[in-house]
Design a protein around this ligand. Structure first.
Ligand code: ATP
Ligand code: MG
Length: 381
């Protein structure tokens, strides 16, 4: 069994690439086009729908094809201050545009006039190094950093695509609005550099990029990533089973995708459980057992999440679990004990802030497994 486990042909929680990656042809074409023409892109979706995987796939595909375009990745997941951002930004830009450490230092000397970056090298100086910047110097000449990508492009006669993941984390900076104004003021003049900004706080990112009062309004092409459609999951799941000597019928593969509402992360997770329980031929019973395993595994987490909800929030979730559409109607409010229509709005907002539901384009659970847990284990619907 341990041997099987090693070979499980489904993965989740990491970037999906190679054979783990499926579909996304339309989005791939659009991203590629934007990168080539130099159009800024903003990619938005709820958590774990595949943003990072998509950007990685497109850039990797391009890497060998067009050496003139370089891709620089900055992940803000562990960045909480503007200074940390600049340090990571300078480091990655230098890393992707020069190869030897001597060259990196030489390049930095040429590129910076007012700011003096401090380099620290690790045991393996080609890959391990960090950049330290003096905050006072940054404040005096932020343009040296904000224009750095474009300066490098001109000096090296290349094009750069700067990809910034978890972009919503800039809201943790001391003055996010002033920071955005600074970025926009400089980045909008760049001709050789384009930016691909992506993240999962849908509300916040939409506000940043679609609100006329915000600095990033009309900064680029806003793409809303969708889930992967059932038909693609069916062929993906069947193929992965077939390749590993097991069999699953279309109907059952569809059943997996439907149970997880086509959510990329959860479809992969359930598929893996099903695969592990399948000896040769998948059955409906196996799928049910696999789902049960996942629910049991998540119970502590979901119990804790549920303990933190108010009664109205819970009642609202129950209505959602029963597919009620008119949440604010007098009948729904009375039946589910929701108080007043103002309460419904407040609870909905609270559930959105807790990242339990997403209400853009119809309300849905962000975590389809939690919905199933609430239905089966908690509400016993
Ligand atoms: N194109 C794809 N084909 C198959 N599985 C995918 C695909 N894209 C994403 N997944 C599945 O979804 C999981 C999450 O993908 P990824 O980390 O790219 O999403 P994300 O939107 O960047 O997530 P987060 O919001 O947490 O940053 C992957 O580990 C994989 O299981
Ligand atoms: Mg991601």
């Amino acid at each position: 069994m341990e041997n099987d486990r090693d070979k499980a042909p489904f993965m989740f929680g990491k970037i999906a690439s190679g054979p783990d990656f499926t579909n996304r042809e339309k989005e791939t074409t659009q991203l590629l086009q934007n990168f080539h023409v130099g159009i800024n892109t903003i990619l938005i979706s709820p958590r774990r729908w595949g943003k990072s995987s998509l950007v990685k796939k497109v850039t990797e595909h391009q890497l060998n094809k067009n050496k003139n375009i370089r891709y620089c990745f900055i992940d803000l997941f562990n960045i909480r201050t503007e200074q940390e951002f600049y340090e990571a930004y300078v480091k990655e830009l230098i890393l992707v545009t020069s190869t030897k450490w001597e060259e990196r230092i030489g390049q930095a000397k040429k590129l910076f006039k007012k700011i003096i970056p401090q380099f620290t090298f690790g045991v393996n100086p080609e890959n391990e190094f960090s950049v330290g910047l003096d905050w006072k110097e940054i404040k005096k000449a932020p343009e040296e950093i904000l224009n750095l990508a474009e300066t490098i492009c001109k000096a090296k006669k290349i094009k750069l695509v700067v990809c910034i993941d978890e972009f919503q984390n800039i809201s943790f900076f001391d003055d996010p609005l002033a920071f955005q104004k600074k970025l926009r003021a400089h980045w909008q003049h760049h001709k050789l550099t384009s930016y691909c900004l992506y993240g999962s706080k849908r509300h916040m990112l939409m506000e940043l990029f679609s609100s006329p009062s915000k600095p990033f309004y009309k900064f680029g092409d806003v793409m809303y990533l969708e889930k992967i459609k059932e038909q693609y999951w069916i062929s993906f799941i069947k193929k992965r089973f077939r390749e590993t000597g097991k069999n699953i019928a279309s109907e059952q593969a569809a059943h997996i995708a439907q149970a997880m509402e086509n959510h990329p992360y959860f479809v992969q997770q359930l598929s893996q459980q099903v695969w592990l329980l399948t000896y040769k031929e998948c059955t409906n019973k196996i799928i049910d057992r696999a789902l049960q395993n996942l629910l049991e595994h998540s119970t502590i987490l979901y119990q804790r999440e549920t303990d933190n909800l108010s009664n109205t929030q819970l009642n609202l979730l129950k209505a959602l679990c029963e597919n009620v559409k008119q949440l604010s109607s007098a009948e729904t409010i009375q039946h589910y004990k929701l108080g007043t229509s103002a309460n419904v709005i407040r609870s909905k907002e609270a559930l959105e802030n807790k990242e339990i539901i997403d209400s853009i384009g119809g309300i849905e659970f962000i975590d389809p497994l939690y919905k199933t847990w609430l239905k089966r284990v908690y509400f016993k619907i």
